[in-house]
Design a protein. Structure first.
Length: 349
């Protein structure tokens, strides 16, 4: 392993595996949850490693490994393909487990689509503007389906469980040059193998759906009028999961309180709460390993002073006691963390 790759490993968020002159990058997130919520499935491979970094490297060397756990007392490195809900005698609590996929909070109705995104299918049929707004309200968007691999995931998770025959896709026809584009600007070529044999038919059909094709047992592209369809919303790992109970999204832009709240609301989120030492420690790890170079030193909290009785309250009505161990010495003054009205934002949903 080269020195450059080892430097990446030391961050414990990005693992570089060097093979054959090339570098494969895997991004890992530490999970800290109660073992009764999510557990590591029975490990598929047990090896000995000198450190957690080396354990991460071993998992990064195979595409089938997505979870690793290292026991510093024994040097055992447990490698597993995925996570599981619930607890069992053979499962490992996730106190020190690292995972490289997207995880969806338990308190949401989003489902995990492989290791790449979270989706929420609905059998309700609505028009296009309503469907887009439903997704936006959830901090999500329509599904993108650019590869056969993702199509197969959607078939297994959406069609086989709900029987939904067609879903909106996040692409449309640009009439200025008659080109199909995904919302991120990628071109959807007319030679793509996932088009129906009839290809785009035109004639005012500017929207794209995935429609079930029984002959191939697959979802295929079809251009349609922008009318009424079922909704399937999707979001990826822009948000960072915390204990499978909430997702967080950090910003380095410093804004005033009103703009910060509006930014959160637009994402269907609110300011962060930090009621426990455990959550504070997770945030510290998050900042040190993921955001050290972004300079996030303070952030808005979802609490404020109620002037009528001079009490600090969280937004859910719980009291923030002045004896709480997470207050700075000599605080509170006028606001949490600083009297300045400019802070980095950290959204939570």
């Amino acid at each position: 392993m080269s020195r450059t790759c080892l430097a990446c490993l030391l961050l414990l968020t990005t693992v570089c595996t060097c093979e054959g002159g090339g570098t494969v990058v895997r991004t890992w997130r530490r999970l800290s949850v109660d073992s009764h919520v999510y557990t590591m499935q029975t490990y598929s491979r047990l090896v000995t490693a000198q450190s957690r970094i080396m354990c991460a490297d071993l998992c990064s060397q195979t595409s089938a490994c997505h979870v690793f756990y290292f026991r510093s007392d024994t040097g055992h490195c447990f490698l597993s393909p995925t996570l599981a809900k619930g607890n069992s005698k053979t499962s490992t609590p996730l106190n020190h487990v690292y995972f490289d996929g997207v995880t969806c909070p338990l308190n949401s109705t989003f489902l995990q689509l492989g290791f790449i995104s979270c989706i929420k299918p609905s059998t309700t049929r609505v028009n296009l503007p309503t469907a887009r707004q439903v997704c936006v309200d959830d901090g999500a968007s329509f599904v993108s389906m650019k590869t056969k691999e993702k199509m197969e995931l959607l078939i297994n998770l959406v069609y086989k469980t709900t029987g939904i025959p067609d879903i909106w896709l996040n692409a449309s026809l640009r009439t200025s040059d008659n080109r199909w584009l995904w919302s991120d600007g990628d071109i959807l070529d007319l030679t793509h193998p996932l088009w129906l044999p009839t290809k785009p038919q035109g004639g005012g059909k500017y929207c794209l759906i995935a429609v079930y094709n029984a002959a191939t047992n697959s979802y295929l592209y079809a251009d349609v009028f922008c009318d009424v369809r079922t909704i399937t919303c999707s979001f990826n790992s822009t948000y960072l999961v915390y204990s499978f109970t909430s997702c967080m999204k950090p910003y380095t832009t410093r804004v005033n309180l009103a703009i910060a709240r509006q930014t959160c609301a637009a994402d269907g989120a609110s300011f962060l709460t930090m009621k426990t030492v455990e959550k504070m420690e997770w945030l510290i790890d998050l900042r040190l390993f993921s955001f050290l170079n972004k300079g996030i030193l303070d952030m808005w909290m979802n609490a404020s002073l109620r002037a009528s009785d001079n009490r600090w309250l969280w937004s859910d009505g719980e009291t923030l006691d002045l004896t709480h161990p997470l207050w700075l010495p000599g605080r509170p003054l006028e606001t949490l963390f600083s009297k300045s009205e400019l802070h980095d934002s950290l959204l939570e949903r």
